[in-house]
Structure formats: structure tokens, C-alpha cells
Design a protein around this ligand. Structure first.
Ligand SMILES: Cc1cc2nc3c(=O)[nH]c(=O)nc-3n(C[C@H](O)[C@H](O)[C@H](O)COP(=O)(O)O)c2cc1C
Length: 210
């Protein structure tokens, strides 16, 4: 016996979705709730236990407005990609991306996970160790939000204006921002698992035989 309630754990793992249209833009989010979720994320693994994760939490409206401008720069690209959408599911997806892009500044809190890595360390481990030391924590953070009635969406589109955003945030040279997570309570909590291909179609044993 592990002591885990598997039904609950599996539901958390399989229903933590990218939330955009169902973010509650009106309900405030306490800083203490964000810190609680960051604390849980700190149990995630990092390369050689570097613990180089850094988080910037933005609840200042002027800064949210400025970041949202950079986020919107992706809109023409989004529209071009949307032109290839052929299914209802794809159209729903692009609707939701456009909604978030138009409303980012209204989301109560924006969270930017970063890594602080020296040039030597970067050389030593390469990108897999740099990015691999933050993405597990990002996902833990998102799971912790979900279990508390909040939601988020891992986004990277503001990085089209990475330099400008680095300046806005006052990032030092050795700190790299990795993503932007709009965080809010969700409207309802009844998210569902989504259809993915059976694991056997993406897995081989003892070598590549796909
Ligand atoms: C590396 C990465 C970058 C992403 N960038 C964006 C983004 O810029 N904007 C956005 O709306 N969603 C972004 N997403 C979210 C994905 O679109 C989302 O995971 C996908 O729609 C699947 O949704 P689901 O996780 O609910 O199944 C990103 C996800 C990942 C992993």
C-alpha cells in the first residue's frame, strides 16, 4: 500500500489542462497561494541538484499590460497557423489561443518561471539540463494550482520579444525566462482528460521499432 488515493492522483494528472477561456478574470489570487504552489514545485528534480529555478510573479497592472503587448505580437503568426485549421477541435484550440492573447492583461496574476545558470554551467550540461531543470517544476506548479481550484496555461509566445521582456522584468544576464503562466481561479473545476493515442503506438521496448 502506498497510501495514495490513486483515483484522485490519476484524475489530477489526467485532467490538468491548458486553461484559457475558463480562467476567472474577476476573482483575485493571493500571493500566498502562488507561494504555496511554488513551494510544492521546489520538490521537482533539477540537474545535479542545482535548484536554479527562479520565479517572477506579476500582479502589477502596468507590467501585465506591457507583457501582454509582447504576447500579442504573436497574433499574426497565430492567425496564419489558424488558417490551416480544418477540424472543429483545431478551431476551438485557436479560438482559445486568441481569447487568451486578447485578454492576457486581465488575468489576475502572470507567473514567469526562470532559470539562473552561469555560462560555465550552461556549457557543461547543455540545453537538456538547463530546460530540464525547470519544466518538471513548472508542471508541478500547474498541478498544485489545479488541486486548489486554480488553472493556468504554459505559454511561450511572449518570447518573440524576449529581449524587451527581459528588460521589463529587469533580468540579470545569467537568468533566462522560460515561459509565462497566466494564473487564475477556474470557472468550474470539471476538466476532463483528453484523447491521446494509445501508449503502445509511441513506445518501443529495447530499441527503436516504430
Ligand atoms: C513548450 C510549450 C509552449 C506552449 N506555448 C503556448 C503558447 O504560447 N500559447 C498558448 O496558448 N499555449 C501554449 N502552450 C500550451 C499548449 O498549446 C497546450 O498544452 C495544448 O493546447 C494542449 O492542451 P492540453 O494541455 O489541455 O491538452 C504551450 C505548451 C508547451 C508545452
Amino acid at each position: 500500500m502506498t497510501g495514495f488515493d490513486l483515483e484522485t492522483v490519476d484524475r489530477l494528472l489526467s485532467t490538468t489542462r491548458a486553461v484559457r477561456k475558463r480562467l476567472d478574470l474577476e476573482r483575485p489570487v493571493d500571493r500566498s497561494t502562488i507561494l504555496e504552489c511554488i513551494e510544492l514545485s521546489q520538490q521537482a528534480p533539477t540537474a545535479h541538484d542545482s535548484q536554479t529555478w527562479r520565479w517572477i510573479v506579476i500582479d502589477d497592472q502596468k507590467l501585465k499590460d506591457a507583457l501582454s503587448e509582447s504576447f500579442s505580437v504573436a497574433l499574426p503568426t497565430i492567425e496564419k497557423m489558424r488558417a490551416h485549421a480544418s477540424t472543429e477541435r483545431e478551431n476551438r484550440f485557436w479560438d482559445s489561443v486568441e481569447f487568451l492573447t486578447a485578454n492576457l492583461a486581465r488575468v489576475p496574476v502572470l507567473v514567469i518561471p526562470c532559470v539562473q545558470v552561469s555560462p560555465e554551467e550552461r556549457k557543461l550540461g547543455g540545453p537538456a539540463t538547463v530546460y530540464g531543470s525547470i519544466f518538471p517544476a513548472i508542471w508541478s506548479f500547474q498541478l498544485a494550482l489545479r488541486s486548489r481550484g486554480l488553472g493556468s496555461c504554459l505559454t511561450t509566445q511572449h518570447l518573440m520579444q524576449k529581449k524587451k521582456c527581459d528588460q521589463l522584468l529587469g533580468l540579470p544576464q545569467d537568468v533566462e525566462q522560460i515561459a509565462l503562466l497566466p494564473v487564475a481561479y477556474t470557472q468550474g473545476t470539471d476538466f476532463k482528460s483528453t484523447k491521446r493515442p494509445p501508449p503502445e503506438t509511441i513506445t518501443t521496448f529495447n530499441g527503436w521499432t516504430l
